[in-house]
Ligand binder design. Structure first.
Ligand code: AMP
Ligand code: GLY
Length: 425
C-alpha cells in the first residue's frame, strides 16, 4: 500500500518513521516533508491545502491512504473534498471532515459541545461586536486572571490571559471591534481561569470505538522555567507521571466517552485523532481545548511509545474495525527536546548548515524545519529538530536527549535545558 502524509514538521517525520516500519506499507510519500522524511520516504513539494495538487499526486502515485498532519487542510475540508470526488472517494483520509474539524476550528462550537455533553470545562460565554458591552459586564463577574479566546484559528496566538480587568476589557474591544485576529476574533469566548497542571491525552477513533494513546506533557514557553513567549512546543514527555490510573480513568469516563458519543449524537462521523488539552485540577480533568490532529512535539514522544503497527490502526480507523486492533504501548519513558533557530518564536535566520546528525546514536532525530541543500541539511524553520530518547525514567531519557544534542551544531541554535524540570526531583 502507498501512503501519503500531509505536512512538514517533526510530527509528520514521526508518522513517517512509524509507517515505514509496517510490513503492509509499500511506499510512503510526504508532502511537502523535510530533510528527515526524505531519508526514509519520498517528498513531494506541494502545499497540503492545495487540494487539486493533492488529488493529482494521489492519482499519479497510486496512493491508497492519506494521513493528515496539521489542522489547516482538515478545517478547510480535505476529507470532504475526497468524499465528493468520484476518483478519490474510496481513498481513506485519516482526519475528520469539516464538521468534526470545527472542534478545533471554532472555540465557540467546542465549548457549546462540551457543555451540551456534560464534559468538564471552564465556565464560559461567547460575545460578538454587537454584544461587546455584555462581554465587559460578564468580565466584571469573573475573578482575575481573565481568559479571552478568539473563536477561530489564529495560528496559536488567539488566547490571551490578562491579569487586570481593565486590560481584559480593552483587549476584548480590540478583538471584537478592531479585529485583532481578523475574522478569527469576530466571536470571542470569555472563560473562567483554570488553575492546575496541563497535560494532553490523545485519542484515535473510527467514529465508533477509540484507543486512548499515551499521555504527554508539552513545554510551550521559549524560556527556561516556563518563561517568555509561547512557541509551538519546546519539548515533551510521555507518560506524564501525575496522570495516574485514577486520573486517566476519569479522563476516559468524563471526557473521552462523552466526546465520542457526543460526536455520534451530532451525526459527526469522526475518523482520526482527537488531541484533548487538559488541566489537572486537584486530580480532576477539565478540557481546555480540542485539537483535531496530533500535537507537535507530543507526537515525537507518543508515537515512538506505540509498539503496535500504526498502519494497522489506521486501517481500523478507515474500516471502522479499530476495536479489533491490537494496541500496545511500551512502559518506557520517552522525552523529546526541540532544537530551534535563535530568535524563534520571533524573527530568526534560515539556511544554517546543521552538522553532527550522523553522530547521534542514542536518540531518534525527528526533523522539523530542515531541508536539503546540495548534499547538506540546512535549517528552514523556527523549530528545527526534535531529539527523542527512551529511558527507564524521565531523567534517564532526558540525559540521552541532552547528550545527543551536544553532537549537533548550527549557527545560533537554541534549546531549553530544563525540559521536565517540574516533573523531576
Ligand atoms: P488553547 O489555545 O485553548 O489551548 O489555549 C492556549 C493556552 O492557554 C493553553 O495551553 C493554556 O496554557 C492556556 N489556557 C487556555 N484556557 C485556559 C483557562 N481557561 N485557564 C487557564 N489557562 C488556560
Ligand atoms: N504542542 C502543541 C500543539 O501541537 O498544539
Amino acid at each position: 500500500m502507498n501512503i501519503l502524509i500531509l505536512g512538514s514538521g517533526g510530527r509528520e517525520h514521526a508518522f513517517t518513521y512509524k509507517l515505514v516500519q509496517s510490513q503492509k506499507v509499500n511506499q510512503v510519500y510526504v508532502a511537502p516533508g523535510n530533510a528527515g522524511t526524505s531519508q526514509i520516504a519520498i517528498n513531494i513539494a506541494i502545499n497540503p491545502t492545495d487540494f487539486l495538487a493533492v488529488k493529482a499526486l494521489v492519482l499519479n502515485r497510486h496512493i491508497e491512504m492519506v494521513v493528515v498532519g496539521p489542522e489547516a487542510p482538515l478545517v478547510e475540508g480535505i476529507h470532504d473534498f475526497f468524499l465528493a470526488d468520484e476518483e478519490l472517494k474510496n481513498i481513506p483520509v485519516i482526519g475528520p471532515k469539516k464538521d468534526g474539524a470545527t472542534l478545533e476550528g471554532s472555540k465557540d462550537f467546542s465549548k457549546a459541545f462540551m457543555t451540551k455533553y456534560g464534559i468538564p470545562t471552564a465556565q464560559y460565554q461567547s460575545f460578538t461586536r454587537e454584544s461587546l458591552e455584555e462581554g465587559k459586564t460578564f468580565l466584571e463577574t469573573l475573578n482575575a486572571p481573565y481568559v479571552l479566546k478568539a473563536d477561530g484559528l489564529a495560528a496559536g496566538k488567539g488566547v490571551l490571559i490578562l491579569e487586570s480587568l481593565e486590560d481584559a476589557k480593552s483587549e476584548l474591544e480590540e478583538m471584537l471591534s478592531n479585529q485583532k485576529f481578523g475574522s478569527a476574533s469576530a466571536t470571542v469566548v470569555i472563560e473562567e481561569f483554570l488553575d492546575g497542571i496541563e497535560l494532553s491525552v490523545f485519542v484515535l477513533t473510527d467514529g465508533k470505538s477509540y484507543k486512548i494513546l499515551p499521555s504527554a506533557k508539552d513545554y510551550k514557553r521559549i524560556g527556561e522555567g516556563d518563561k517568555g513567549l509561547n512557541t509551538g512546543g519546546m519539548g515533551a514527555i510521555s507518560p506524564v507521571p501525575f496522570a495516574n490510573d485514577d486520573f486517566l480513568s476519569k479522563v476516559e469516563e468524563q471526557v473521552v466517552k462523552p466526546t465520542i458519543t457526543g460526536l455520534q449524537k451530532e451525526k459527526i462521523d469522526y475518523r482520526g485523532f482527537i488531541f484533548v488539552g487538559l488541566m489537572n485540577m486537584n486530580g480532576n480533568p477539565y478540557v481546555i481545548e480540542y485539537n483535531v490532529r496530533m500535537g507537535d512535539p507530543e507526537t515525537e514522544v507518543v508515537l515512538p511509545r506505540i509498539n503496535s503497527d500504526i498502519f494497522d490502526l489506521f486501517e481500523g480507523v478507515a474500516n471502522q474495525t479499530l476495536d479489533q486492533k491490537e494496541f500496545c504501548v511500551t512502559t518506557e519513558t520517552a522525552t523529546t527536546v526541540m532544537i530551534v533557530s535563535g530568535g524563534y518564536p520571533e524573527a530568526y535566520e534560515k539556511g544554517k548548515e546543521i552538522s553532527g546528525l550522523d553522530d547521534v546514536d542514542q536518540s531518534i532525530i525527528f526533523h522539523a524545519g530542515t531541508k536539503e541543500n546540495q548534499g547538506t541539511v540546512v535549517t528552514s524553520g523556527g523549530r528545527v529538530l526534535a531529539m527523542t530518547s527512551f529511558g527507564n525514567s524521565i531523567e534517564d531519557a532526558l540525559s540521552k536527549s541532552y547528550r545527543s544534542i551536544k553532537k549537533i551544531h548550527f549557527d545560533q541554535m537554541y534549546y531549553r535545558k530544563d525540559i521536565g524540570f517540574d516533573l523531576t526531583s
